[in-house]
Design a protein around this ligand. Structure first.
Ligand code: NOJ
Length: 560
């Protein structure tokens, strides 16, 4: 196994609920993942990251963990995890799991103990319980809002039934925030890390890695109106070019995001991980702005990678893309870390839709039947394929989200009563939330649930369009999105693009990006009118080419 594997890895995100369902209950599971590892090997990825499969009441699709060291029966058992891990490793695929340290589920035994033990107890001190404001204590301790909408505080009833203290939850009320100044919390998470490292995992994607420490005194704070839903500052306005300047000035951080103290936690964890052989990694989910600030998460003694949400948030616009690529390579490079690249995940509108939406759609709000400015499927897909071909030409580590290799769009027409995202409930349906990117994926055109599982069951309804997009329809089909991804990943590996560097090539129109990475030239036409390709054999193109003309919304790779 090569060293520094994570610097260049193509990492495929599995959303276990929606990947493959072995037992036919309509919810994906670990045995389902095991059964589909050959397909992932064939795709050509280096590692998988699994969103949570731990014991959980599933109020936030598993990001509400009730037992960090066990598998939820919906997904199987620890033995299924061990089997999946062994089978992945046998295929040379590394496995990263999700760690959710900012908050637990309210069904976690610690939170239940905190409720029972009452104010001032050691049990309450593991979470952020406070007395309310106002003479009767019936106003929340401060004005913070939940990321999912509504207040970030919920009042509990004390043992005698009287209204009591309030607890902080930056997300759903079922997700109480831990108090990370408490040593007991720190010790517990060291044990959790060891539990999974001993089982053989290759690393952790750390949820809300910017949120664990809150400013002293929990001061009031009103976020900017255009703040992203997971934190950060800049507006995420798909389709509308970001002014590069917007993302380069550090704004004020909220008193719950990006506080200095979080870095001590990662230094501690890094030492722990380094005790294990085989380069186990930490990847930060840190929605902070701008990029140089994100680079603080990946200083040499902290985490290995941080998701590049600035890249994900950049519209399909040559100037904005060039700016964010340079800024990423500078920021991460300045601390010796690789840049990462990502276009889709389980929290954002799938990029086959998002990059072509013409109306503002703040991240986390989602799309649904009332949304305006939605693209035609073909136009959206075309742009997404070009965007992926640009992304996979860049040096560093790239994250892919299950289903993007099939060209899946966001599902817009989910019935209201099928939606499960807490965002939908906490905003009374004003925000659609994230269910549209979480619909179980299609494997076989003519099987029940399009091959997701052995029955028709699917926890979110699958659109009829899944039939033509099923993996078996695309496999071996020239020009299919699946075959495009396979070629991109194969050429990326053969030409070592992950460990290269970007050199911009001059002499192209403003809406065209041309870069050289090693012996590959990538030309991305973000405009509508065609452009002549430079010399060099064409290695691939995201759409069929006629001669040496690169049409609009298309990317080609050439041999330099
Ligand atoms: C980020 C996760 O990706 C998202 O799905 C989740 O809702 C929040 N963190 C809270 O854990």
């Amino acid at each position: 196994m090569t060293s520094d594997w994570w610097r260049t890895a193509a990492i495929y995100q599995i959303y276990p609920r929606s990947f493959a369902d072995a037992n036919g209950d309509g919810m994906g599971d670990l045995a389902g993942i095991t059964s589909r590892l050959d397909d992932l090997q064939e795709l050509g990825i280096d590692a998988i990251w699994l969103s949570p499969f731990f014991t959980s009441p599933q109020r936030d699709a598993g990001y509400d963990v009730a037992d960090y060291c066990d598998v939820d029966p919906r997904f199987g058992a620890l033995a299924d995890f061990d089997a999946m891990l062994a089978e992945a490793h046998a295929r040379g695929i590394r496995v990263i799991i999700d760690l959710v340290p900012n908050h637990s589920s309210d069904e976690h035994e610690w939170f239940q103990a905190a409720l029972a033990a009452g104010p001032g107890s050691a049990e309450r001190a593991r979470y952020l319980f406070r007395d309310g404001r106002g003479p009767a204590g019936d106003e929340p301790p401060n004005n913070w809002e939940s990321v999912f909408g509504g207040p970030a505080w919920t009042r509990v009833a004390e043992a005698d039934g009287t209204p009591g203290q309030w607890y902080l939850h930056l997300f759903d009320s079922s997700q109480p925030d831990f108090d990370w100044t408490n040593d007991e919390v720190r010790e517990e998470f060291r044990d959790i890390l060891r539990f999974w490292l001993d089982r053989g995992v290759d690393g952790f994607r750390v949820d809300v890695a910017h949120g664990m420490i809150k400013a002293d005194g929990l001061p009031d704070y009103t976020p900017p109106a255009d703040g992203g839903s997971m934190g950060g500052g800049a507006a995420v306005t798909a389709g509308v070019p970001l002014e590069p300047e917007i993302s380069s000035e550090p704004g004020d951080l909220a008193p719950y995001w990006g506080q200095d103290g979080v870095h001590d936690i990662y230094r501690d964890w890094r030492k722990l991980l380094d005790e294990y052989p085989g380069e186990r990694i930490l990847a930060a989910e840190a929605w902070v702005d701008p990029l140089p600030r994100v680079a603080n998460w990946v200083r040499p003694d902290e985490m290995h990678q941080a998701f590049n949400f600035a890249y994900l948030e950049t519209p399909w616009d040559a100037a904005a893309l060039r700016h964010v690529i340079d800024a990423s390579l500078d920021a991460f490079g300045s601390v010796g870390a690789p840049s990462t690249w990502v276009l889709s995940n389980h929290d954002v509108v799938r990029h086959a839709t998002r990059l072509s939406v013409t109306e503002a759609n703040p991240q986390g709000h989602g799309l649904g039947s009332r949304s305006k400015g939605l693209p035609e499927y073909e136009a959206g897909l075309r742009r997404a394929r070009a965007a992926t071909a640009l992304m996979l030409a860049l040096p560093g580590s790239a994250y892919l989200y299950q289903g993007e290799e099939l060209g899946l769009p966001e599902v817009i027409d989910l019935p209201d009563d099928a939606r499960e995202d807490p965002t939908w409930f906490r905003t009374n349906g004003e925000r659609y939330g994230r269910d549209g990117c979480r619909v179980p994926i299609p494997w076989e055109a003519d099987a029940p649930s399009y091959g997701f599982g052995p029955s028709e069951a699917s926890w979110l309804p699958q659109p009829a369009q899944w039939r033509e997009l099923a993996r078996d329809r695309q496999r071996g089909t020239d020009g299919s999105t699946l075959e495009l991804y396979r070629s991109l990943l194969r050429l990326r590996r053969e030409h070592d693009l992950g460990s290269g560097a970007v050199e911009w090539l001059p002499g192209f129109r403003d809406d065209v990006l041309a870069l050289r990475n090693g012996d590959v030239i990538a030309v991305a036409n973000t405009g509508a009118s065609p452009v002549e390709l430079p010399s060099g054999d064409v290695l691939l193109a995201s759409e069929a080419l006629t001669g040496r003309t690169l049409p609009g919304d298309t990317t080609a790779w050439l041999r330099a």
